[in-house]
Write a protein that binds this ligand. Structure first.
Ligand SMILES: [Zn+2]
Length: 164
């Protein structure tokens, strides 16, 4: 994705209140993030427990959402719904976000079981543990990245689908 500024991200939030936005804290290493190697960017708020954010380009438009991590961890280690990292190198946790529009205002949320620190773009670039000689590894990696991107975009599109 293209490198956004913090200001651009702040104005890209959907379905949030002014007071929620006023408390958004960016990570300390924000300026070092390599957005060219990310199809979406997510981070956890270091000041507000359980609050996190994702930013993605949807149809060329920057969209940001506030997520809330569920209090309870899944009872078993779960695979991330976005990168489907088979190594389970990171615990997947349940994040929920309010839908936009009137359904959201009535408290309707949508959730996804995903990597706790949103390392999905990195995981999607990992190569399979075993492959035949002559396998087109760049193609495999490209497919994994494409599929991960499609799942993240579908989640965000679903959140926005009730906008009114
Ligand atoms: Zn993941």
């Amino acid at each position: 994705m293209r490198t956004p500024t913090q200001k651009q991200i702040l104005s890209a939030f959907r379905g949030t209140t002014k007071s929620e936005l006023a408390r958004v804290t960016f990570p300390l290493d924000f300026d070092d993030v390599d957005f060219s190697r990310r199809e979406f960017y997510g981070w956890r708020d270091r000041k507000i427990p359980r609050r996190a954010y994702i930013v993605v380009e949807l149809d060329d438009e920057l969209v940001a959402l506030i997520l809330t991590r569920a209090e309870a961890k899944p009872s078993r280690r779960a695979m991330c719904a976005w990168c489907r990292d088979v190594d389970l190198s990171q615990d997947a946790v349940l994040y929920t976000t309010r839908r936009t529009g009137s359904r959201g205002r009535r408290g309707d949320t949508i959730g996804a079981l995903v990597c706790e620190d949103f390392g999905c773009p990195k995981h999607a670039r990992k190569l399979p543990p075993a492959y035949h000689k002559g396998t087109d590894l760049d193609m495999i990696r490209g497919m994994q990245v494409d599929e991960m991107t499609r799942r993240v975009e579908a989640f965000v599109a679903e959140v926005l689908s009730t906008q009114d």
